[in-house]
Design a binder for this molecule. Structure first.
Ligand code: ADP
Length: 470
């Protein structure tokens, strides 16, 4: 069975709450109405008993109603008040006075019953052939000391009829109101869901191949608008990441194709033209460099993937970058000599920064490698370390080919290489500087470049200073 939609569920919930509230209101009204009717009836009975007492006179020690029959008001009152009326001798049980309607009811009591009735504080209800009748009683004593019980009654019929009407009204009104509430609730729930349906429709229209679409905003700033805005924001981020990934996969394919084509070409030549084992060996050894380059690019890509997925944790410690620079310079000294480039380091100070030494060494290696790579023989590479207020600053300057101004904004992008034709034999994968930027920024630092074509470049990194102990 298909589950109920949100509007139907909301309508049902609303209806259940409404029905419960209606039932509680109805029961409370019934109880209040009933108690009001009863209290009115009891007050009326007690007023009548009190008023009738004034008309009770004893004649020969027998009580009876005596009033001026010429007084129309007294006559009307007594007639109305004594519809159900009787006076009984409490000792003998004998009825001494009785209204005609009371006589028809045939309510007679033995002395013991009269005692019990007398002892009750409130009124007493009796079921009779003419329906339920409520009696209020009062005891009077004759001059000779004989006790008599005066009983004045009123039919409960009007009260019961009023309550029955009230119930009937409830039975008709409550279902009618519930039906109206269900219709109104369903209409409102459907109406409030309409913007959601529009959003869902618009969201369906957005294809993974084209993430430029956005959900429409009504501009009201309500919850639906907030939801759409949040969705659009997420979509924007997804679009950016997907765009980057597409660009990256395109670049990766491009990067791998060239060395693979070169390797394939080498293998083909070896197969078709190499006559001796030595010739094959020669081809294979020339291919080793390409394999190395491929392996390096793949290594970098793997690190990049780990970095992207947040799988890399930095272990930050206070470390003297001066020592690190000296060590890195030493590893590059042979290469620099071979390329006739002089290396120089000036600082002399302790450059204590909060870094992950392994990753930071990678930064220096990349920057120094570039400086040597892009500096022609006879050039000069110098590193300078300085302490600033909050940062340790390292400048790596070379007197190399420089970077064209239009390329500067892109050199930190992945796979970007400024005019590789400038230096074909040293072309890398274009990933080095993107790593440098990523690592430095992960340390809370910055990296900048200033360069002049054919005069050289200076890369400046700033890293947070470590607190010196003591
Ligand atoms: P690559 O592997 O090509 O060196 P990088 O990301 O390290 O990749 O550098 C990106 C580009 O920036 C390089 O291709 C080069 O054109 C330019 N570049 C980087 N460092 C220097 C430098 N010291 N002198 C001149 N150009 C540089």
């Amino acid at each position: 069975m298909k589950p109920l939609g949100l509007p139907a569920r909301l309508t049902l919930l609303n209806l259940a709450i409404f029905a419960l509230l209606l039932a509680v209101t109805f029961i409370a009204s019934y109880v209040i109405f009933k108690s009001q009717l009863e209290s009115d009836l009891n007050n009326d009975l007690s007023d009548r008993v009190e008023a009738l007492r004034a008309y009770l006179k004893f004649e020969n020690n027998i009580p009876g109603l005596k009033y001026d029959t010429d007084d129309p008001e007294a006559a009307r009152f007594v007639q109305n008040a004594t519809r159900y009326f009787q006076i009984s001798n409490m000792t003998t049980g004998e009825i001494v006075t009785q209204s005609p309607e009371m006589e028809l009811l045939g309510l007679t009591f033995v002395p013991a019953e009269l005692q019990v009735i007398d002892q009750q504080t409130g009124p007493t209800d009796f079921q009779t052939s003419s329906g339920d009748v409520r009696f209020l009683d009062a005891r009077i004593t004759s001059p000779s000391g004989e006790p008599y019980l005066v009983q004045v009654g009123a039919s409960l019929d009007p009260l019961q009829v009023a309550l029955k009407r009230f119930n009937e009204l409830g039975l008709v009104l409550i279902p009618a109101v519930l039906v109206l509430a269900a219709i109104a609730g369903r209409f409102l729930a459907g109406k409030s869901m309409a913007p959601m349906r529009r959003l869902a429709h618009a969201a369906h229209e957005i294809e993974p191949s084209n993430l430029t679409g956005r959900l429409p905003l009504a501009g009201s700033g309500d919850e639906i608008d907030q939801l759409a805005a949040a969705f659009n924001e997420v979509l924007g981020r997804v679009e950016k990441v997907v765009g980057e990934l597409r660009q990256l996969s395109g670049s990766i394919a491009h990067e791998l194709r060239t060395p693979l084509a070169a390797l394939r070409g080498g293998a083909e030549i070896a197969l078709l033209h190499a006559g001796s084992v030595d010739e094959v060996k020669e081809v294979l050894s020339s291919q080793l460099e390409e394999f190395d380059k491929l392996a390096r690019t793949i290594d970098q890509l793997l690190t990049l993937a780990r970095a992207e997925s947040g799988g890399i944790q930095f272990r930050l410690v206070p470390f003297d970058l001066g020592i690190m620079v000296s060590d890195v310079l030493e590893t590059f000294s042979l290469l620099a000599t071979a390329r006739e480039i002089s290396l120089e380091y000036t600082s002399g100070k302790i450059l204590l920064a909060t870094v992950d030494p392994q990753w930071m060494e990678n930064v220096l290696i990349n920057l120094l490698d570039n400086a040597i790579k892009y500096t022609p023989p006879g050039g000069h590479v110098s590193i300078q370390g300085t302490l600033e207020m909050d940062a340790v600053r390292i400048d790596i300057c070379d007197t190399g080919v420089g970077i064209p101004p239009e390329a500067i904004p892109y050199i930190f992008d992945r796979f970007y290489r400024a005019d590789p034709s400038r230096n074909k034999e040293v072309a890398g994968a274009g990933l080095g500087l993107s790593f440098v930027k990523w690592i430095v920024e992960k340390h809370g630092g910055t990296v900048h470049v200033s360069s002049e074509i054919n005069r050289g470049s200076t890369f400046t990194i700033r890293l947070p200073r470590a607190e010196t102990a003591g």
